[in-house]
Design a protein around this ligand. Structure first.
Ligand code: ATP
Ligand code: MG
Length: 394
């Protein structure tokens, strides 16, 4: 059962009233069939873009990519991309079709799409159209190229990354012939822009089955990340084996790029055109986690200075902890991170409490600061009674 958002229904019905074909298509239909809520609904139609612009002139319409047949219509602030059925001309550069033609039908439009699971469409009046058996591939959790895999990857090398990215995010295997073709053609990823590779890599790394995919398709990543290619299979394995336990994207990227330290990670990410913010975050995780010592006081200082990011530094170190680093005790520090205060506001006593105990003027602030330090170092529990007792012993 596919439930379309109101906006998509309205658009499809209106196009049909004007005598055109229109369907929801692509990732949103795939996700709806998987039972996952989709956010971007794409619509394909037999109406030409100029016609779509006129038919929806009472809505906010943005001519997003007229050349490729795409118009965005906003229905109650929700954007819907409407793309005219199209077929792609010859691919000359392994990435972009030389031309696109709108002289085609639904089948041809679905045929140009990358994978069977992305080539399903649906409309309330016509039901599901699935000429490439994408629904059965969803049931069997398979990524399969539409048509002949080698030809499809030669047309557009980005599809190589999309295949392994979908495998990681959806948790699907890649069908044998599709998998063999993408491995064979992996070096053609050089034709793809750094930005596109980077975006796909991030989605892959964040995927629930990223460790499996990175393991199975390391050779694909090797083809555009020299740093990963240089790292030994065992180093890489050690890092991806803990990837699943890393719960932020920065941590996961640090695991992938951190093999040779912070500087190399930053350079490698720069080559892939990551943003300065992303590069800074990942670089700092690698750099600062090395500085974490078992000395509570030092931990406290670093924590005070980098409160938000500290958790990532700490997690990174813990993830890569070796046997002989056990003094960097997990449990104890987990406790430290979760419950110890790092600013006066976190302390379970305040100035008024201390005043009642007889502290006055400047003494109050000094005592609070000392209590914060003791408490952050784990010497005193961050509990009202324990802190009051400690205050009297200062
Ligand atoms: P996501 O959930 O990441 O948005 P998606 O499948 O919707 O996944 P989009 O990039 O939004 O991916 O593309 C929408 C649709 O356009 C795809 O489902 C697919 O049918 C088609 N498509 C996108 N990129 C390509 C490509 N490089 N080659 C062929 N078809 C593509
Ligand atoms: Mg999409």
């Amino acid at each position: 059962m596919i439930v379309l958002p109101q906006g998509a229904k309205l658009i499809i019905e209106r196009l049909e009233e004007y005598g055109y074909e229109a369907y929801a298509v692509g990732g949103a239909v795939r996700d709806a069939i998987r039972g996952v809520e989709a956010n971007d609904w794409d619509i394909c139609t037999s109406a030409l873009p100029q016609r779509v612009l006129r038919i929806f002139s009472d809505f906010r319409v943005i001519p997003t990519g007229l050349k490729h047949g795409t118009v965005t219509v906003l229905v109650e602030d929700m954007p819907f991309e409407i793309t005219t059925f199209r077929t792609d001309g010859d691919y000359l550069d392994g990435r972009h079709p030389e031309s696109v033609s709108f002289q085609c039908d639904l089948f041809t439009d679905l045929e140009r799409r990358d994978f069977t699971v992305n080539a399903i469409c649906y409309s309330p009046s016509k039901g599901i159209k699935d000429p490439f058996c994408g629904v059965s591939d969803i049931e069997n959790k398979l990524i399969r190229a539409v048509g002949e895999p080698e030809r499809r990857f030669r047309e557009d090398a980005l599809r190589i990354m999309r295949a392994i990215r979908f495998s990681a995010t959806l948790g699907y295997d890649i069908e044998k012939a599709t998998s063999e073709a993408l491995i064979k053609l992996r070096e053609t990823l050089r034709l793809v822009s750094a930005e596109r590779l980077q975006t796909e890599l991030k989605k892959l790394v964040a995927g629930k089955e990223a460790p499996r995919v990175l393991r199975e398709y390391k050779c694909v990543i090797d083809s555009f990340v020299p740093l990963v290619k240089r790292s030994s299979a065992s180093d890489f394995e050690k890092r991806i084996s803990v990837l699943g336990a890393a719960d932020t994207l920065s941590l996961r990227l640090a695991l992938i790029f951190g093999v040779y330290g912070a500087d190399e990670a930053e350079n490698s990410m720069k080559e892939l055109k990551f943003s300065n913010k992303e590069i800074g975050e990942v670089g700092d995780i690698i750099r600062f986690s090395d500085m974490l010592s078992c000395e509570k006081r030092e931990l406290f200082l670093l924590w005070g200075a980098h409160k938000e990011e500290f958790r990532n530094y700490y997690r990174y170190r813990c993830l890569l902890l070796s046997e002989d680093e056990k003094p960097f005790s997990l449990l104890e520090k987990e406790f430290l991170l979760s419950s110890l205060p790092s600013s006066l506001g976190d302390l379970k006593v305040n100035g008024r409490d201390l005043k009642k105990l007889g502290f006055e003027g400047k003494e109050i602030k000094q005592a609070l600061e000392r209590l914060l330090q003791l408490s952050a170092e784990g010497e005193v529990e961050n509990e009202k009674e324990a802190l009051k007792k400690a205050a009297l012993e200062l």
